[in-house]
Design a binder for this molecule. Structure first.
Ligand code: GAL
Length: 913
């Protein structure tokens, strides 16, 4: 949020008109135009032990789960939904009206039945004694503390991360309103609740929102008690078998109480678009929708001022949209349109070649000269051109997509959103050279988009993983018929002003790819809905079964391939596999069929590996599927980090690079995935988290990180060697050495003796010495670029583990109860080298004003609860996440101990700036 101080000063200096307003407003009742109050703190929480214990205030009936096995490949086709009898007792008819503002045709608006179901249920009443319930602060993920559920009969399987995200729970809190709020509109704004939220206020049912990934607003005004207590009660009901990954559970994003005057800018009520963008000037078009909730007509004046806004500080006022006067009749809304030209705009664009400059529009609504609302809109000015023969041009510069897919979880912190944890992820990705993120497969926390705006990532914002057809028994298909329009519009309406978003995706690998015209019609409808909300950005829907002549591809503006560029299951090993997707590389047929559409790869690779695990023999292919003895070991549940192995429908990074380079018109790729994520642990469903990340769940880079970096940051001198060189059991055995570099040539030395110089050939992205005979000592790689030394790296055989080294990513954090320090523990030998095979049991202690909220090590098979203060290192590393305590300043001391090893300590300062 930008600070308003300089702006107020500006206003006072620039217009006497505003001075009058300020004077007037200080003497009127409506002196506070809009309040956005965080109500994250002090909730009471209770989760039923089992579904049998729960109340029956449910949204709707769900089908029985017949086959609970979730260990199936991601490209298993979706199937038809089951027909269900609607239950009379279901609360759905009371919830559906929340969708009305997002349903275009008023004929389809829902009418709420009479009454307040649940009003006699104790939990919704102010008098209910909830003192025995747990105290929680939001954002809250009820499942992340575990325990992990083990074994093949676990209730929640590997697919959803083996954590107890399923179940029914209640949140309760009192909210403050006063007599002074009586003439206001008061809203509850929930940025994300997983899932099927139903809200009561003072015993009366207000409404709800089933889809856990969208933000939603409920109008509390009719149910408020302005002269006494107000009790909110929220029921969530998060089904098992609802996702192919870990969804988390609970109110896992921010919650706000928004107080406005009766006449105010409506929810997500501003739209900024730009045209004729150049370095010299840009036209800004600004629509603001104002709602009149009062019972008399309102004559209002609207004025919008535009400021530069970088590093969260409001700068110069660069333009003002002319004041307009509008009459809004009682109970209605009006959209006021304005335009203005900004001279010499500071354009928004992705680093390193461009800068993500931001602007802030401040809209003031005045009634009889009194400021009655003030609304801020952050935006950027940029020019995007889609060139089917090159890709995406941002402000005239071709930017090849160097992207990754990310799920919403924050590793050991689960789904509960935290700005610093998300920022750290983006920082690590940026270090690798990432310039784009695909939000797989749902709208993210709004603050994540604020970060991508500020840091300059290009974003695909995506709404669904399933439509009418189902991937899992309780996924979105159950509510698609009732909610697809509202959820699609809600995503676009909330996110449309973020400059980082370049494409809207209305689906991922949906079952409707297979249903010809019928499926294509649903896709077209969703694409049209998106365009009605935002006609300026292209739409897409990711295909993993793409045929250039299928009607499904027609509606989308941008063709998005999942794994189709490289082809799927084309190797001989799949010759007898008939029932799974097998696709030849699709770039060419699509480029021919759709010469006017940009093609990008929305998912590539799905390569898998475990950080620091190297298994032998090593495939001599460029890309190989995973089997026991072929990159995989199902006993230890690890995949080799030679980075040659991928899921059956995927490809190694190298194979993807070759395919992209052979099809230079491709806009680029989004790798599946940047970070490992909770759930979907293909190929070992006994584990807790995925193997697909380039970076492990704890945030430690796998070897692949350097392969991508070598391609995505060609100007960064770097060379990386794998594997480690601690192989006492491989004395005199063939132990291949692979090297990644941003140079073009490498000479490798073992114990000072050259093993030869190798140069990258066409479509080669690594240099391989596949016949090295292991001898302990030192491997050294000297990389060259254009004949000159470019970078050097050595890897040495270490001594035994002897000490712990503890390092914090930040040694000063804000004492706001949210800020984090990510602490890495390295197991080192006496010479200070990390012991790459060390798996010592570590124990952590903390003193001072901070708490250890989670620990991890990046081992997908480690089922130690994330809250545990004891954890094994995994291949030399472990992570401790420390959070400050609100308002408590001082020194936080974190100690890591392990039997026989020297203790490691780090100190962090918590302070309030
Ligand atoms: C894709 C799918 C992703 C993920 C990935 C795993 O087919 O779109 O959500 O499941 O496979 O390899």
């Amino acid at each position: 949020m930008c600070k308003l101080t300089s702006r107020v000063l500006n206003l006072l200096i620039s217009t006497c008109f505003i001075i009058i307003i300020s004077c007037k407003s200080s003497t009127t009742k409506n002196e506070i135009p809009r309040e956005c109050i965080s109500i994250n703190d002090n909730w009471k929480f209770m989760k039923y032990a089992s579904l049998e214990d729960a109340d029956d205030l449910f949204y709707d009936v769900r089908p029985e789960v017949v086959n609970a096995n979730d260990a199936k490949e991601a490209d298993t086709p979706a199937t038809e939904a089951e027909k269900l009898e609607a239950s009379k007792k279901a609360l759905k008819p009371y919830i559906l009206p929340a969708a009305n503002p997002f349903i275009k045709d008023t004929i389809n608006h829902h009418v709420r039945p009479e009454g307040h179901p649940g009003s006699d249920f104790p939990f919704v009443q102010a008098t209910f004694d909830d003192s025995s319930w747990e105290n929680v602060n939001l954002p809250h993920d009820w499942a992340i503390k575990g325990p992990f559920q083990e074994g093949s009969n676990a209730e929640v399987g590997g697919g959803m991360g083996r954590l107890p995200s399923n179940g029914i729970a209640w949140y309760r809190r009192k909210i403050d309103v006063t007599e002074a709020d009586k003439n206001k509109s008061i809203y509850l704004d929930i940025d994300g609740a997983m899932s099927y939220a139903i809200v009561w206020l003072n015993g009366q049912l207000v409404g709800g929102w089933p889809y856990g990934y969208n933000s939603f607003r409920l109008d509390l005004t009719p149910y408020l008690n302005f002269s006494g207590e107000n009790q909110i009660a929220i029921r969530l009901d998060n089904p098992n078998h609802s996702a192919r990954w870990y969804p988390g559970g609970g109110i896992y994003r921010n919650v706000w109480l928004t107080k406005t005057n009766k006449v105010h800018v409506s929810h997500w009520g501003t739209t900024v678009t730009t045209s004729n963008v150049s370095k010299e000037s840009a036209n800004i078009h600004f629509d603001v929708t104002v709602k009149n909730n009062s019972d008399s007509d309102a004559d209002i004046e609207t004025i919008t001022e535009i400021y530069t806004c970088n590093n969260d500080d409001i700068g110069a006022n660069v333009a003002t949209i002319e004041k307009t006067t509008t009459k809004i009749s009682a109970g209605n809304s009006e959209t006021i349109k304005g335009s203005v030209t900004v001279e010499n705009p500071q354009l928004w664009g992705p680093p390193p070649t461009q800068t993500p400059n931001l602007y802030k529009a401040i809209t003031s609504i005045l009634r009889e000269g009194v400021l009655i609302d003030e609304y801020e809109t952050t935006f950027g000015i940029k020019n995007i051109k889609l060139d089917p023969n090159q890709g995406i041009l941002v402000n005239g510069e071709l930017i090849k997509i160097q992207g990754v897919n990310e799920h919403h979880d924050l590793g050991a912190m689960g789904a509960a959103f935290n700005v610093r944890a998300a920022e750290r992820k983006l920082e690590i990705l940026k270090e690798m050279g990432v310039n784009a993120i695909r939000m797989a497969h749902n709208p993210p926390a709004p603050e994540l988009l604020e970060l991508t705006d500020k840091m300059g990532f290009l974003v695909i914002d995506e709404v669904f993983d399933s439509w009418e057809r189902k991937k899992t028994p309780h996924d979105f298909h159950l509510i698609f018929p009732d909610w697809h329009e509202a959820d699609t519009r809600a995503m676009v309406r909330r996110d449309k002003n973020h400059p980082s978003i370049i494409i809207w995706s209305y689906g991922n690998e949906v079952g409707e790819q297979y249903t010809d015209e019928e499926g294509a019609a649903i896709g077209k409808r969703l694409s049209d809905i998106v365009k009605e909300e935002d006609s300026t950005r292209p739409t897409t829907s990711a295909m993993n079964w793409a045929k250039s002549d299928m009607p499904f591809s027609n509606a989308m503006d941008v063709i998005s391939f999942n794994y189709q560029g490289e082809g799927i299951r084309q190797d001989p090993i799949f010759d007898n596999v008939t029932d799974r997707i097998k696709t030849k590389p699709q770039y060419e047929p699509y480029h021919k069929k759709f010469p006017n559409k940009v093609i990008l790869s929305s998912e590539t690779a799905s390569a898998a590996s475990s950080r620091g695990v190297y298994l032998f023999p090593v495939s001599d292919l460029m890309s190989s599927p995973i089997r026991d003895g072929m990159g995989g070991d199902s006993k230890i549940k690890q995949v080799s980090a030679y980075e040659l192995y991928a899921v059956d429908f995927g490809s190694s990074a190298d194979k993807v690079f070759a395919s992209l380079d052979k099809h230079p018109y491709s806009a680029g790729e989004f790798v599946w995935t940047g970070f490992d994520y909770l759930g979907e642990p293909t190929p070992y469903y006994d584990a807790r988290s995925s193997y697909n990340g380039i970076i492990d769940l704890a945030g430690f880079p796998k070897d692949r990180f350097y392969l991508y970096q070598s391609r995505w940051r060609p100007d960064l001198p770097m060379v990386h060697i794998l594997p480690h060189w601690n192989w006492p059991e491989r004395m005199d055995k063939i132990t291949p050495v692979h090297v990644f570099t941003s140079g073009d040539e490498v000479e490798l030395f073992l114990n000072g003796k050259s093993l030869g110089k190798k140069k990258k050939g066409d479509y080669e992205y690594r240099l391989r010495w596949d016949d090295v005979t292991y001898q302990p000592g030192e491997l050294k790689a000297v990389a060259y670029k254009n004949g000159k030394v470019w970078a050097e790296k050595t890897v040495k055989t270490t001594e035994e583990a002897s000490k712990l080294m503890v390092k914090a990513d930040r040694t000063t954090i804000d004492a706001d109860g949210k800020d984090l320090s990510f602490i890495t523990i390295e197991v080192k030998d006496k010479n200070g080298l990390i012991v790459p095979t060390a798996n010592n049991l570590l124990e952590f202690e903390i003193e001072g004003p901070g708490e250890i909220i989670a620990t991890d090590n990046g081992d997908a098979s480690d089922l130690t609860a994330f809250v545990s203060k004891k954890r094994h290192a995994f291949n030399g590393l472990a992570l401790v996440i420390v959070r400050s305590k609100k308002g408590e300043m001082g020194t936080i001391k974190v100690t890591a101990k392990s039997n026989g090893l020297e203790t490691g300590i780090v100190e962090i300062k918590a302070f309030t700036p």
